[in-house]
Design a protein around this ligand. Structure first.
Ligand SMILES: *Cc1c(COP(=O)(O)O)cnc(C)c1O
Length: 432
């Protein structure tokens, strides 16, 4: 892989047209490469651990369509099942048995989930779960954490991570004060701050929502005792604990971060992997809470395409592929090799970095660390990250185009892919 052979003329041409047609040329902000500079590459096709762009360049992919591609892109079994499902119809708008199959798999896998409702995105799942938290407790306030992202609904656009962090948007214009006036925020991993919020508002807090392992301000694992502390505190104040496992569900382990850390929330949101690359979200939890959802209960929430047969099919196949002996051991092994390798190489090349991994999720900050919360992550050398990102891209390695995003591996990544990635990293890091 020689740098000089890297050309992206077709990508640039397509993106130039896209910018005239769509805001920023994209359908979702972080894709635009704004925080790393340069132009995004335009994809042509994906397979296994690889991407091909419209100029014919091949990349090893560590974004995996932002999480769903944990079995590798276009897995033949997923595609085969989708082809069969397609023949039977693309949307029913009526009950179908596939919903039962996926619901049962989710209930069996995720400790907190006794009943589940399918929606079409993680954003939708988080919006609905917030309404449910309020409906069930009769309280208005909710605690979220700085740098945690729960989709783009008004109530959550306060100190949100992901694209909001990447683009440095304070919050967002267009969000009325009334929508966020009941959203309280605390720094991640800061149990004392949460205690103080509860002490100030003992009867008003419906619940606490968080990413149990943060991926949307870079990769930040929970400190020992943090999740347990939140569990006790919410119980003490009659509030609900909600894990947003849209990213971590079926990635940190088959049962999500809640299984890995042994802390069971009251409610959980899911998305990404459970759609196997098609649009799906879900929220679920304790039966007595979920029975508040219409038509079983009074809390309204609906969706024309919810429980869509194609999306259910891709989700079912993806979970079947994951629920086999050794899959998570493999994911952990290759991800650890990558993470350890990157840290080692960076140190050998004299860069201050910190990072780590859990299962198939990893992160590397250009920052001496430690990073416990978004404020720490923000101290990273963003210019250096941008140069690193660009250098890797030119050597056929596709990383998320922001310091404030996690990296993802898949079952399709081989040890040879990791070796190639580390080789590229050594070349790039030695010149940063
Ligand atoms: C991606 C993500 C969301 C939003 O999901 P969309 O499908 O993009 O709407 C919400 N929460 C977390 C933790 C996420 O990573």
């Amino acid at each position: 892989m020689v740098t000089t052979s890297f050309t992206t003329a077709k990508s640039e041409e397509i993106f130039a047209t896209a910018q005239k047609l769509m805001p920023g040329g994209v359908s979702s902000p972080v894709r635009a490469f704004k925080s790393v500079g340069g132009q995004p590459i335009v994809f042509d096709r994906v397979k296994g651990a690889y991407i091909w762009d419209v100029d014919g360049n091949q990349y090893i992919d560590y974004v995996g369509t932002w999480g769903p591609a944990i079995c590798g892109h276009t897995h033949p079994e997923v595609i085969g099942a989708l082809k069969d499902a397609l023949e039977k119809g693309t949307s029913f708008g009526a009950p179908c048995v596939l919903e039962n199959v996926l619901a049962e798999m989710v209930v069996d896998a995720v400790p907190s989930i006794e009943m589940v409702r399918f929606v079409n995105s993680g954003t939708e799942a988080c919006m609905a779960v917030l309404r449910l938290m309020r409906a069930f407790t009769g309280r208005q306030k909710v605690i979220k954490f700085e740098g945690c992202y729960h989709g783009h609904a008004d109530m959550f656009l306060v100190k949100a991570g992901s694209g909001v962090a990447t683009l440095g948007l304070p919050d967002s214009p267009g969000v009325p004060k009334s929508a966020t006036s009941n959203t309280l925020t605390a720094p991640y991993n800061d149990l004392e701050a949460v205690k103080a919020l509860f002490a100030e508002n003992p009867d008003d807090i419906a619940g606490v929502i968080l990413e149990p392992v943060v991926g949307n301000s870079g990769f930040i694992p929970p400190d020992g005792g943090f999740l347990e502390g939140l569990r006790l505190l919410t119980q003490e104040y009659g509030a609900l604990l909600v894990f947003d496992e849209v990213m971590t569900g079926f990635r940190i382990s088959y049962g999500g971060a809640q299984e890995k850390f042994g802390v069971t929330p009251d409610l959980t949101t899911l998305g990404k992997i459970i759609g196997g690359g098609l649009p799906v979200g879900a929220y679920g939890g304790r039966r007595d809470i979920m029975e508040m959802v219409a038509p079983s209960g009074p809390m309204y929430q609906a969706g024309t395409l919810s429980g869509n047969p194609l999306a259910m099919t891709a989700g079912i196949k993806t979970l079947e592929l994951l629920n086999k002996a050794g899959t998570y051991d493999y994911l952990d092994k290759i991800t650890k090799k990558l993470s350890d390798g990157l840290l080692q190489i960076a140190k050998e090349c004299g860069h201050d970095v910190c990072g780590g991994q859990i299962s198939a999720m990893l992160g590397l900050f250009f920052n001496p660390g430690p990073v416990h919360q978004y404020e720490d992550a923000k101290k990273s050398d963003l210019a250096k990250f941008s140069r690193f990102h660009r250098g890797m891209l030119e050597r056929g390695i596709y990383l998320a185009p922001s310091q404030f995003e996690a990296g993802f591996t898949s079952l399709a990544h081989t040890e040879a892919d990791i070796d190639r990635t580390l080789e590229a990293a050594r070349e790039v890091m030695s010149r940063l």
